[in-house]
Design a protein around this ligand. Structure first.
Ligand code: UTP
Length: 299
C-alpha cells in the first residue's frame, strides 16, 4: 500500500522567535511570499502524499485558516478583476486533505508525533517538521527519495540527513552510519548504527545531521510509549529511534545531494537567512533586493 499520510508537528512554542511568535505560530512566519508551513505542504503534495495531520496547539489557529478555502476573499478578488492575486490563492486547491489535532501540553516532538497514532491507522507515514523547508535539487525530491528508500529497504524508519559543518554538530542529532553498503539502493542511503543527540565535535561520529523529514512504520508508537523524558524534560523523537535501534529494528539514513538544503527557521539567525535566500529568488523583487543589499552594505 503506498504511503499517503504525513504528520506535521506545529505545536511548539517557538520561544526562540519571541516576540514574533507571542500570538502567531512560527510556522506561519513568511519566507519570501509564503508562510513556512505552505512550503512544507507543497513538498508533501509533490511527493505524492494526499493527507496531512497537523499537530497544533494554542495560538496556532492561523494555520487552519491559511489552508481553508476563503470563498469570500475569492469572490471579492474575482468581482474586482484581480486575477493575478487570485493566482496567489491557488495553493488552497492543493490535492491534500487536512486534519488537525491539539497537543495541549508542549511535552516535546516525540509526544506530538505520538498523537498521530489513530490517524495513521497502523500504516507507515511521513513526519515533516513544520518549521523546516527542505530545498531539493530537481526531481525526485528529498522527501520522495526518502519514501522510496524506506520502501526499498523495508526498514522500520528512514531519516533524512544533511551534512553540516563540524562546528555545528553540537546543535543536532548526528548519525553514526554502519559499515558496509546496503544492497539495492544508491550510495546516498546507509544503515544507521546509532544516533547521538547534540554531540561535541570530538564525540561526533559523522557530520550527518537529522534534518526534519522521516518515514516511519507504526512501530514508532510503541517506542514512543517507552520513551522517557529526555533533553529539556521533553519526549524526544530521537530517543524513540534509539529505542528502535536497541530493539534491533533496522533504520536507514539518506544523505542530501549536493545543493540540497534544510532551512530551519527556528531561530532568528537562520530565519533571516532563509527569508533572504528565498526573497532573492523572487521573480519580481529579487533583483531589486540584491541592489538594496549592496547599497546597505556600501558595496
Ligand atoms: P523545536 O524543537 O524547534 O521546538 O520544534 P519549539 O518549542 O517550537 O521552539 P523553541 O525551542 O521554543 O524556540 C521543532 C518542531 O516540532 C514542533 C514545533 O512546532 C516545530 O515544528 N513541536 C515541538 C511540537 O509540535 N510540539 C512540541 O512539544 C515541540
Amino acid at each position: 500500500m503506498p504511503i499517503t499520510k504525513a504528520v506535521v508537528p506545529v505545536a511548539g512554542l517557538g520561544t526562540r522567535l519571541l516576540p514574533a511568535t507571542k500570538s502567531q505560530p512560527k510556522e506561519m512566519l513568511p519566507v519570501g511570499r509564503k508562510p513556512v508551513v505552505q512550503y512544507v505542504v507543497e513538498e508533501i503534495e509533490d511527493a505524492g502524499l494526499r493527507s496531512v495531520l497537523f499537530i497544533t496547539g494554542r495560538s496556532k489557529t492561523a494555520i487552519e485558516d491559511h489552508f481553508d478555502r476563503d470563498v469570500e476573499l475569492r469572490r471579492s478578488l474575482t468581482t474586482n478583476g484581480k486575477h493575478d492575486l487570485l493566482d496567489a490563492l491557488a495553493y488552497e486547491d492543493a490535492n491534500v486533505e487536512f486534519f488537525y489535532t491539539r497537543q495541549s501540553e508542549q511535552l516535546g516532538l516525540g509526544h506530538a508525533v505520538a498523537l498521530g497514532e489513530s490517524y495513521t491507522e497502523g500504516q507507515p507515514f511521513v513526519i515533516a517538521l513544520g518549521d523546516s523547508i527542505i530545498e531539493s535539487q530537481g526531481t525526485p525530491s528529498v522527501l520522495r527519495r526518502l519514501i522510496d528508500a524506506f520502501e526499498a529497504t523495508g526498514a522500520t524508519a528512514a531519516i533524512a540527513f544533511e551534512e553540516v559543518p563540524e562546528d555545528h554538530v553540537h546543535r543536532y542529532g548526528i548519525a553514526a552510519p554502519a559499515d558496509g553498503a546496503l544492497p539495492g539502493v544508491g550510495d546516498d542511503v546507509f544503515r544507521v548504527a546509532d544516533l547521538i543527540e547534540k554531540p561535541s565535535q570530538a564525540e561526533a561520529p559523522s557530520r550527518l545531521a537529522i534534518s526534519g523529514r522521516y518515514v516511519v512504520s507504526s512501530a514508532i508508537f510503541d517506542a514512543l510509549r517507552k520513551t522517557g523524558k529526555g533533553k529539556g524534560g521533553e519526549i524526544q523523537l530521537t530517543d524513540a529511534f534509539r529505542i528502535l535501534l536497541a530493539e534491533g529494528h533496522p533504520i536507514v539514513g539518506m544523505r542530501f545531494r549536493p545543493g540540497e538544503k534544510r532551512h530551519d527557521i527556528g531561530n532568528y539567525g537562520s530565519y533571516f537567512r532563509t527569508f533572504l535566500h528565498f526573497a532573492l529568488q523572487d521573480p519580481d523583487c529579487g533583483d531589486g533586493l540584491r541592489a538594496a543589499i549592496r547599497e546597505e552594505l556600501g558595496l
